[in-house]
Design a protein around this ligand. Structure first.
Ligand code: SF4
Ligand code: SF4
Length: 412
């Protein structure tokens, strides 16, 4: 008689993870630690100094959990710690020697942790389900920023046009980040172009749901947003938020199982097009030294590196100082992955090296293409009494435009 004994290594509450799409990847990890300390990786590890936050830490934990080498509660709690303190910067995936799609793995693992979401993530989820924006503010207030451009705004809102602009929650509600939509609307008007904006009927793109591991809810928002945009006949959609860009261009087709019926570009590509077509009259003012902060969700996640540099190079009197760590190796600002909301001290620690590089290169303006980076960097620059200003790239373009210079002359 053959006696078959099935024993889990600890003989305890074993968690079966075999149904997960990325289960095999737990066993692919070579534990080499390239994701921990090669090039830009791992910014969060530099702050918390606990390996559970790194790619390797999470993969070892997931494997041990899958093999029953960790108690279920212990393993899930460790994974929650590692996954929710991670800024989703993508550096570990870029460095991984065996090409594990770590960002996909993290998102799937977060799906197991819906009963362990950090407090602020839970609040954001509640706000999204009741008000369709991350702050829980009234949708009617989504356009509070438009007082300076009300006439332009009225000509654009919910108009059927070929080009649309999706503003996103952060720029819509967060004071200093609203400089981007204001500048963009003024530039569009200066160029005599027609575009459509959806505020105040615009909903969150759904990125926070994905960052919290809730794909089903993100899919609902994706369906609603795509239907609204399609209704207006938009052929090209531009966005001024790195998170919105990643979600629209990469996640929506996966969530919806089909290509989008419109093209998605960044606001930088749209503005660069206006400059190339000589629709904007830009003037050289006092020479200024700028650094472009590659947002993780545009750079490593989507490979957008050249367009911002081409745009900056086309601006008269503007010198682009590349930071020592740029493009694929760009430093994370610390705000991503909902870390800013839940663990502000990690966001602060992570921003330190980036700000140091800007100071050392002689940067006068930090140019952003993501409102979350812009605000996070702005806060810590101010705390350090730095003279560097953190603005959206569109704001600089507008400051160099003929109509801005004219408005100064009128007000004098
Ligand atoms: S995404 Fe960034 S913060 Fe998260 S584990 Fe990878 S390198 Fe670290
Ligand atoms: S780089 Fe890839 S294989 Fe190496 S430890 Fe990190 S996740 Fe594992």
């Amino acid at each position: 008689m053959i006696l078959i004994l099935i024993v889990t290594p600890l003989g305890i509450d074993h968690l079966n993870l075999k149904h997960l799409e990325y289960y095999d990847e737990f066993f692919t990890c070579a534990y080499c630690a390239y994701c921990v300390n090669n090039n830009a990786a791992c910014p969060t590890f530099l702050s918390v100094r606990h390996e559970i936050v790194t790619g390797r830490g999470k993969m070892i934990t997931a494997r041990n959990l899958a093999q029953g080498l960790l108690r279920k509660e212990e393993g899930l709690n460790a994974l929650a710690e590692g996954l929710f303190q991670c800024t989703f910067c993508g550096a570990c995936e870029q460095e991984c020697v065996v090409d594990i799609p770590l960002m996909e793995v993290y998102t799937e693992l977060k799906g197991l942790l819906q009963d362990r979401l950090p407090v602020e993530t839970r609040k954001i989820f509640q706000n999204l389900s009741s008000k369709f924006n991350i702050y829980g503010m009234d949708q009617a207030d989504r356009n509070f920023w438009n007082f300076d451009v009300e006439d332009i705004y009225e000509r654009m809102v919910n108009k059927p046009e070929e080009v649309g602009y999706f503003i996103g929650c952060v720029a819509s509600y967060m004071g200093r980040a609203a400089g981007a939509p204001v500048a963009i609307l003024k530039l569009v008007s200066h160029a005599n172009e027609k575009i459509s904006i959806f505020s105040p009927t615009e909903n969150c793109c759904g990125n926070p749901y994905l960052l919290g591991g809730c794909q089903e809810k993100a899919k609902e928002l994706a369906k609603q947003n795509v239907a609204e945009i399609k209704k207006l006949g938009i052929k090209t959609l531009f966005v001024s938020c790195a998170g919105c860009y990643r979600v629209f261009s990469q996640e929506y087709p996966k969530l919806l199982g089909e290509e989008l019926p419109f093209k998605v570009i960044t606001h930088m590509e749209y503005i660069l097009g206006l400059i190339k077509e000589e629709k904007l009259n830009l003037l050289s003012l006092t020479p200024i030294k700028v650094s472009y902060k590659d947002p993780c969700e545009l750079g490593r996640h989507c490979g957008v590196y050249d367009i911002p540099r081409e745009l900056i190079d086309s601006l008269p009197g503007v010198e682009n100082l590349e930071l020592p760590d740029n493009r694929e190796n760009a430093l994370c600002c610390g705000a991503g992955g909902l870390v800013k909301a839940n663990y502000p001290n990690i966001a602060k620690d992570v921003s330190f090296k980036l700000i140091q590089q800007m100071e050392e290169t002689g940067t006068e303006l930090c140019l952003n293409a993501c409102p979350s980076c812009q605000l996070n960097i702005d806060q810590f620059l101010q705390e350090q009494h730095s003279t560097i200003l953190s603005i959206d790239i569109s704001q600089l373009v507008h400051r160099l435009s003929q109509n801005y210079i004219n408005s100064l002359a009128i007000n004098q």
